[in-house]
Design a protein around this ligand. Structure first.
Ligand code: NAD
Length: 478
């Protein structure tokens, strides 16, 4: 049985309850993890508060050294961590390795910013008076993490929070606690003081709610659905916590008539079906200019039909299972809704057949054309391997439709016309626009959604602003 890390001790929940972690490919139990109580979560928060007095006093460079040592351990254990991640999450091992590397890169990036947290000095603010702007850590920060990228999304919070001198209580998703626990154990091995990083496993309604309401928690870094994000923000409001919310998305991809079609087809296939479509930044609506739509669609269909579905640990698997039965049910119902309203399935649209698929939550990569704009496949977030293909006459129509969503997370445009590219980058309402590029996230660039995709930024030096606060000091010299 896996155990939680609270104050440097590996512990079970105080009532002994556990959660079974299920392999989405096989239905087998991978391991169990504690089903924490409210008291367990409170204890972790108390411990983190005590550890703050120690960790926040460490020099920045010394904190960065711990992060760097941890990064070396992540690389050393990369294969084991990735295998565990595939077993509990379902993603192909190739993608699990990428996720562990991305996580290591993020921590390394913040370790590299180890001397960059600065304040300010304002001379002669008044006669014989100067001002100082101190930049200080916030205190105990809660991190609430989803199941789709359990490790890298946790890293987006740990990196800036720890470097800035905060301590943390992390709550992984109920269904993916195992790799997070291993990874956090490696921070401890790297010399992080006890209590600086704690993990409490269990339900959102118990552990997550406690983190969101406990007055000792000063900030919440939340990644998950828009619905739960609203709730977390409301809970956090009672004690005026800082919140960063990374929520749902419905990213449009626009392909103009002058685009490099070959590369755009590849980007559409990868962008939609990576992690079996369960990515916040997945391409969820494809807008093709009329004149290239047939050619593009034929190439995409041919490519998608070749994507091999299977157990994430099996050789050659490109697409794993959906993470859970309910996740597959949701995608199936979104496709069925579109089909019942006249849409045409061009690829997939069903579960794969064969004994190797019987016990997992598999679904074929699916392309759907002639989709009504108000069908669920277009208007809702589709968190799985199904892509609606839509046609537009020109860029203005594409941008208008791209913006007709409550979400504003990512977006992409394919064109060789600089004016079109610039116009799209300026007018699409999203936190990211990729021009002639797949949806790749960079630690160097701030990332965060607009509209109901969230608030606040992760990545970049900007993320440090969300884990620190300023204080002004006035000094009279005579
Ligand atoms: P979810 O909102 O159901 O759960 C996310 C986390 O919140 C889990 O740890 C869960 O236990 C916890 N939680 C649930 N109820 C809670 C409560 N009442 N109080 C506090 N915490 C609670 O999301 P999910 O299904 O795990 O993840 C999928 C969603 O996450 C999708 O909408 C996806 O787009 C979004 N997402 C966004 C980003 C981003 O960076 N914007 C990245 C990945 C995923």
């Amino acid at each position: 049985m896996a155990r939680m890390l609270i104050g440097g001790e590996w512990v079970g929940s105080r009532n002994g309850n556990t959660i079974e972690v299920i392999n989405p490919s096989t239905g087998e139990v991978v391991d169990t993890a504690p089903r924490a109580t409210v008291e367990d979560a409170r204890e972790a928060i108390d411990v983190a508060e005590r550890a703050f007095a120690v960790w926040s006093e460490w020099p920045q460079a010394k904190r960065a050294e711990v992060l760097k040592r941890a990064v070396a351990l992540f690389h050393l254990h990369e294969k084991d961590l990735a295998t565990l991640l595939t077993k509990e999450q379902g993603k192909p091992i190739r993608e699990a390795i990428l996720e562990i590397r991305r996580f290591a890169h993020t921590i390394d990036y913040y370790a590299g910013l180890g001397k960059n947290i600065r304040g300010g000095y304002i001379p002669q603010i008044d006669e014989n008076t100067y001002g100082l702007i101190l930049r200080r850590p916030l205190g105990v920060c809660g991190a609430i993490v989803p199941w789709n990228f359990p490790v890298s999304l946790m890293g987006n919070k740990i990196g800036p929070a720890l470097l800035a001198g905060n301590t943390m209580v992390i709550k992984p998703a109920e269904t993916t606690p195992l790799t997070d626990l291993r990874v956090v154990g490696l921070f401890a091995e790297a010399g992080l003081p006890n209590g600086a990083l704690n993990v409490v496993t269990g339900q959102g309604s118990v552990v997550g709610e406690e983190i969101a309401t406990n007055p000792k928690v000063r900030k919440i870094g939340f990644t998950g659905s828009t619905e739960v994000g609203r709730r977390v923000m409301a809970s956090a409001a009672a004690t005026l916590k800082h919140v960063t919310l990374e929520l749902g998305g419905s990213d449009p991809m626009i392909v103009c008539d002058d685009a490099d079609i070959d590369n755009a087809v590849k980007a559409a296939a990868t962008g939609r079906f990576f992690n079996c479509g369960q990515a916040c930044l997945a391409i969820k609506r494809l807008y093709l200019f009329d004149s290239i739509a047939d050619d593009f669609t034929n190439q995409l269909v041919a490519r998608v039909k070749k994507l091999r579905v299977g157990n994430g640990l099996a050789e050659g698997t490109i697409i794993g299972p959906l993470h859970s039965r309910s996740q597959r049910d949701e995608v199936e119902s979104q496709v069925e809704d579109a089909v019942s309203r006249g849409a045409k399935v061009l690829a997939g649209g069903a579960r794969p057949q064969g004994v190797e698929y019987d016990r997992g939550h598999f679904y074929l990569p699916t392309l759907v054309a002639d989709v009504p704009e108000d069908s669920k496949l277009v208007s809702e977030e589709v968190f799985g391997p199904a892509l609606p293909i839509l046609r537009v006459k020109n860029l203005d129509e594409a941008i208008e439709k791209a913006n007709a969503s409550i979400y504003g997370l990512g977006s992409s445009i394919w064109t060789n016309d600089l004016n079109r590219a610039t116009r799209a980058a300026e007018r699409i309402e999203a936190g990211y626009t990729w021009i002639n590029s797949g949806q790749v996230i960079y630690d160097e660039l701030p990332f965060g959604g607009l509209k109901q995709s969230g608030m606040g930024k992760e990545h970049g030096p900007e993320a440090l602003d969300y884990y620190t606060e300023t204080k002004s000091v006035v000094v009279k010299t005579k």
